[in-house]
Design a protein around this ligand. Structure first.
Ligand code: UD1
Length: 361
């Protein structure tokens, strides 16, 4: 019996583990998994609601690390996960994505002699000012089996010296979850409250420290988006980090509607029916690509180039003055149509489960 730890810590992890857990069901007699929640995200709206909506079983263990600086969070996750492994060992640790929990658990597991599997391995922004890029680099450097979402990621891993046997191009588990739930998406209350109409509003999300931690920059970015939206409503579900800064700024505008974080089904309902999405998230650019919704990314780089070369995403940058020409093109109906990247077909979880047995069995 293979003892597998599946790690999840923060909001963007939950939709990535759900299809893997589902696909492991037929292998129950061969792979026994333990779901470890680090507690990096702990609010009901950032964590609990995702488990319920996506049918993810309750975690077997919650390390309850909570918030803190990068080093505080990393060290708490490492010491608590190490204690868990000492009391109750495992053979393999599966991590997803690029959050602090991903890196901290992979280091701990590798040093305790476990095999490390990284799902969404090999993607790179080449921007080391992002904590996520450091998390990706460290995790991939010690990963035994790299499961990837794209050919570009495979190439990056080859350059790092990973052999072909350790690189498995499987597709995108986040898209498995999206396709599975497309018919279950739920109209949020804000739809009726604002009398939203299909294709006639924007959705915006901003949470990267580079965009939100500097008050003046955030205010300028929002001003430009409001101007460029030409009075179409902008629905802005606000991450707790951004909320703290916005509270101080007191920004108000008639067509800007700030709401709390939404659940998965409600958020993607809004995205699916939006005129366009404005974001600094990486995962959302993958979802908009699959839903064929125009996406403007307020970042200078992306670790997901296929959302641009094949998908509906464009890099606007972080300079507020860059926003207007993109908005103009959007209003003029000049946005490109997207294609779905290879293997983003809803079957990635199944491919991963089969490979886990092959590689670890
Ligand atoms: C993390 C990920 C980021 C991901 C984002 C999605 C890292 C380095 N970053 O960033 O890649 O896109 O999640 O949401 O792991 N907070 C709450 N409630 C919570 C969790 C956090 O209020 O449940 C607040 C706390 O004040 C905390 C702040 O949000 O200090 C930031 O949380 P943290 O986990 O440090 O990183 P995120 O910015 O959420």
């Amino acid at each position: 019996m293979i003892r597998l730890d599946i790690i999840a810590g923060a909001r963007p992890n939950f939709m990535k583990i759900a299809p893997i857990i589902e696909a492991l069901k037929p292998y129950e007699g061969k792979i026994k998994y333990r779901l470890v929640h680090t507690g990096q995200h702990y609010d009901e709206k950032m964590s609990g609601s995702f488990f319920r909506e996506l049918g993810i079983p309750s975690p077997d263990v919650n390390l309850e690390v909570g918030s803190g600086t990068q080093a505080e969070q990393t060290s708490r996750i490492m010491t608590r996960y190490e204690s868990l492994l000492m009391q109750s060992p495992a053979d393999c640790c599966l991590v997803v994505g690029d959050v602090t929990s991903t890196m901290a658990c992979s280091i701990t597991a590798k040093k305790m002699g476990l095999k490390v599997v990284h799902v969404e391995a090999g993607i790179r922004s080449r921007d080391l000012s992002m904590p996520e890029e450091i998390n990706r680099m460290v995790t991939d450097a010690i990963t035994d089996y790299c499961f990837t979402t794209s050919e570009v990621a495979n190439e990056n891993l080859r350059e790092l010296g990973h052999g072909e046997d350790n690189i498995c191009f499987v597709g995108n588990t986040m898209i498995d979850t999206l396709l599975k739930n497309m018919d279950r998406l739920k109209r949020p209350q804000v739809w009726d409250d604002l009398s939203l109409k299909e294709g006639h509003y924007f959705v915006m999300t901003l949470h990267r420290p580079a965009n939100v931690d500097e008050e003046r920059k955030l205010a300028e970015l929002i001003d430009e988006v409001v101007l460029g939206a030409r009075s179409l409503p902008i629905v802005f579900p606000v991450h707790p980090r951004t909320a703290k800064v916005l509270k101080k700024l007191g920004i108000q505008s008639e067509n800007l509607h700030m709401i709390g974080p939404l659940g998965y089904l409600e958020f993607n309902y809004l995205v699916k029916n939006a005129f366009a999405v404005i974001t600094d998230s990486g995962g959302i650019t993958e979802e908009t690509t699959v839903m064929n919704v125009p996406c403007l990314t307020l970042r200078d780089n992306t670790e997901r180039p296929e959302t641009i070369t094949l998908g509906t995403n464009e890099l606007v940058g972080t300079d507020p003055s860059e926003i207007a020409p993109f908005m103009k093109r959007l209003h003029e109906g000049q946005w490109k149509k997207g294609q779905i990247p290879p293997l983003w077909d809803g079957k990635t979880g199944q491919r991963i489960a089969k490979l886990l047995l092959e590689k670890l069995g």
